[in-house]
Design a binder for this molecule. Structure first.
Ligand SMILES: Cc1cc2nc3c(=O)[nH]c(=O)nc-3n(C[C@H](O)[C@H](O)[C@H](O)COP(=O)(O)O)c2cc1C
Length: 338
């Protein structure tokens, strides 16, 4: 097992095990949720940089599903067409591309076209946030439908992979955490909401294409949930998933107690073994030695990089050159590495 060797995820062959993690770019300056020339250049340059799988940033399944007014959306056909251009350009440069679909729930700060924000319960994220409307059972079914429709558009735009955003305190993880979920009905248990979203997505996302969920393994709250709870909540949906992207926190303003290279890897490894499913590990993994070691020791299956790829779109190429793997250099750039 090597970091820079090809690896498969379901039917998809990736040229290496490096995944660009989703990162909001807040660059839909017209508030229309449509990808712009910035998104095209941004994602295509990571494809030229030889990243195996590029995950497009959190993209709202409805206007109030966006985190901010400047976030991407996938709830109309103009947004689909704009994203298709990004997909085509990334494919042209030989990388695979997925998209993270999201409902921001109580963390929605968008105001354009948004009168009401929603959550599992009527409790705000923090003192400066709006109080969400507690989703009724009928509204929960509608949210499932919005995820299904976004998944259909993602497929039509040509995405290879779909990631459901179940992390960082957005709607799905609000259902997972007792800090944000105070319901008294069956949705008190987060697994029911997760299952509903995944089942809805599977109705329109092709069986042949990989489906991932990103989760926060824990909310870091004393009365919150732990990685064991995450494992329990994912279990009923496991046969519909192809990998889990493991992160942590974001449900309340409480940060992790210690942040160091690989601080979330223990969670990823625990989920991998408990559920016997491939995992993407992430969090301060910019050292290529650490990343290689985590792959070669089979601790995780893929290395997720966010900020390292913001700093250096050529992280993969430079890592390859340092290991004398010259084939990773795009021919146009060869002279830069002689
Ligand atoms: C600018 C920025 C935007 C982010 N947006 C998202 C996002 O849209 N979805 C998501 O799941 N995580 C998001 N994250 C978190 C990253 O995906 C990643 O989990 C985190 O930065 C830790 O990885 P790193 O140490 O490689 O940066 C974002 C991080 C950054 C720096």
């Amino acid at each position: 097992m090597k970091l820079l060797e090809p690896h498969t995820l379901k039917n998809l062959t990736l040229k290496n095990r490096v995944v660009m993690e989703p990162m909001c770019m807040y660059s839909c300056f017209n508030h229309d949720g449509c990808a712009t020339s910035f998104h095209q250049a941004h994602y295509t340059s990571r494809a030229i940089g030889q990243v195996g799988l590029i995950l497009v940033e959190a993209t709202g399944v409805c206007p109030e599903g966006r985190i901010t007014d400047r976030c991407l959306g996938l709830y109309n056909d103009s947004q689909k067409e704009a994203l298709k251009k990004v997909v085509d350009a990334v494919h042209q440069e030989g990388s695979m591309i997925g998209i993270q679909i999201n409902h921001a729930g109580r963390k929605c700060t968008a105001v354009d076209g948004v009168d009401t924000i929603y959550g599992p319960s009527a409790c705000a994220y923090d003192a400066s946030s709006r109080i969400p409307h507690e989703l009724t059972l009928a509204e929960i079914q509608h949210v499932f439908h919005q995820f299904k429709e976004a998944a259909r558009r993602a497929d039509e735009a040509g995405f290879d992979v779909l990631e459901i955003h179940g992390a960082h305190g957005y709607l799905i993880s609000q259902f997972m955490s007792p800090c944000s979920n105070k319901r008294t009905d069956a949705y008190r248990d987060g697994n029911l909401f997760i299952h509903g979203v995944i089942k809805a997505v599977k109705e329109s996302w092709p069986e042949t294409k990989p489906l991932i969920i990103r989760v926060s393994a824990t909310d870091y709250e004393p009365h919150g949930y732990q990685v064991e709870d995450t494992i329990r909540m994912l279990k009923p949906s496991l046969d519909m998933l192809d990998a889990i992207n493991v992160s942590s926190g974001g449900i309340t303003p409480i940060p992790p107690t210690k942040i160091y290279p690989g601080y979330q890897i223990g969670f990823a490894h625990q989920i991998k073994h408990a559920l016997n499913i491939p995992v993407i590990g992430c969090g301060l993994l910019g050292s290529s030695e650490l990343a290689s070691c985590l792959i070669e020791s089979e601790t995780v299956d893929f290395i997720g990089l966010a900020r390292p790829l913001l700093r250096n779109p050529h992280w993969v190429i430079e890592t390859a050159i340092n290991r004398n793997i010259r084939e990773s250099v795009p021919p146009q750039y060869e002279r830069g590495f002689k």
